[in-house]
Design a protein. Structure first.
Length: 262
C-alpha cells in the first residue's frame, strides 16, 4: 500500500476509529508517511468521527421514568418525620447521593465536548495546511509540464546572453517560444548591490521592452525564471538590466547581459 493509494475509502474512517489492525494498519501508516493527499483524507475522516460523537441526539428521560424514580426514593424513607426545613433526613441523603453521582458525569461530558471541539478545530487547520501543500504541488507539476513542452517544441529558440563590458561577471540563456508566449531563463550572476534587483527584458521587433521578471541571486546559485508574454510576440533580443529593488516598468539601469535572437 505504500506505493499506491488505499483502494477502499472506508479505510480512512476505520483507521480514525482505531478499527484497522495488524498488517492493514501497518501498510496504511506506511503509505500515509509519503502521501499528502491521503493525510488530508485521514484528517477529514478524523474530523467526521469527532463530529459524529457531538452530533448524537441528547436523550431526556420521559415523565414516567422521573415519576418511578421519585416513588423509589420516597419508598426508601422510614417514615413521614420531617426536619425543620420540611424534608426527611433520609430523603435529603438520597437526593445528595444522586446529585453526587450526576454532577461528575455532567462535568465529564462537558469536558469531552470541549476537547472534541478543540480537536476538530485543530483538524480543520491541518486540512487547510494540507490543501495549501497540495495546491502548491499541483502548480509545480503543471509548471514542470509546461517547461517540458517548451523544451521539446520544434519552434522553441535558445538565446545565449553574454556579459557586457565592465559589468558583473555572469552568463545565462533563454528558451523562448513565441507561439505559446512562454520563456524560461536560467543563469549565473553575482549578487546585486543593496537596494537593487536584476530585471529580465524581452525586446520585441517593435514596441517597448517587456518585463519578464525580477530576481536577486544568492552567491553561487543558479537563477531560473519562467514567464509568459502575449502569444505571437516576435523577439529581437533578451537582456538583463540592473534596476532599483522590485524592478521598473521600463529599463533604466545598465545592461548586464544581452543576447540577440538569431
Amino acid at each position: 500500500m505504500s506505493g499506491t493509494h488505499p483502494t477502499r475509502e472506508e479505510d480512512f474512517d476505520l483507521y480514525a476509529l482505531g478499527a484497522l489492525e495488524g498488517d492493514e494498519k501497518a501498510a496504511f501508516e506506511a503509505h500515509l508517511a509519503s502521501c499528502a493527499s491521503c493525510k488530508m483524507k485521514l484528517a477529514e475522516a478524523t474530523g467526521r468521527m469527532a463530529m459524529l460523537a457531538l452530533a448524537a441526539p441528547p436523550a431526556s428521560p420521559s415523565p414516567g421514568v422521573k415519576e418511578r424514580l421519585m416513588r423509589q426514593v420516597l419508598a426508601t424513607g422510614r417514615g413521614p418525620i420531617e426536619t425543620a426545613a420540611g424534608v426527611a433526613p433520609e430523603k435529603e441523603g438520597i437526593f445528595a447521593r444522586w446529585w453526587g453521582l450526576l454532577l461528575p458525569v455532567a462535568g465529564a461530558f462537558a469536558l469531552a465536548s470541549v476537547l472534541l471541539w478543540l480537536h476538530n478545530e485543530q483538524l480543520n487547520r491541518q486540512i487547510a495546511e494540507l490543501r495549501i501543500t497540495v495546491d502548491q504541488q499541483q502548480k509545480q507539476i503543471a509548471q514542470a509540464h509546461e517547461i517540458a513542452e517548451l523544451m521539446t517544441a520544434r519552434d522553441t529558440v535558445v538565446v545565449s546572453l553574454a556579459m557586457q563590458k565592465n559589468q558583473p561577471e555572469g552568463t545565462a540563456r533563454v528558451l523562448y517560444n513565441a507561439q505559446h508566449g512562454m520563456l524560461v531563463y536560467d543563469g549565473h550572476l553575482a549578487p546585486t548591490p543593496s537596494g537593487m534587483s536584476y530585471q529580465l527584458w524581452l525586446v520585441p521587433m517593435s514596441g517597448a521592452p517587456i518585463s519578464a521578471g525580477v530576481f536577486n541571486p544568492a552567491k553561487g546559485e543558479m537563477n531560473s525564471i519562467m514567464a509568459k508574454v502575449p502569444p505571437g510576440t516576435a523577439a529581437k533580443a533578451f537582456a538583463v538590466t540592473l534596476e532599483p529593488a522590485g524592478g521598473m516598468p521600463a529599463p533604466t539601469g545598465p545592461m548586464i547581459l544581452v543576447g540577440p535572437v538569431s
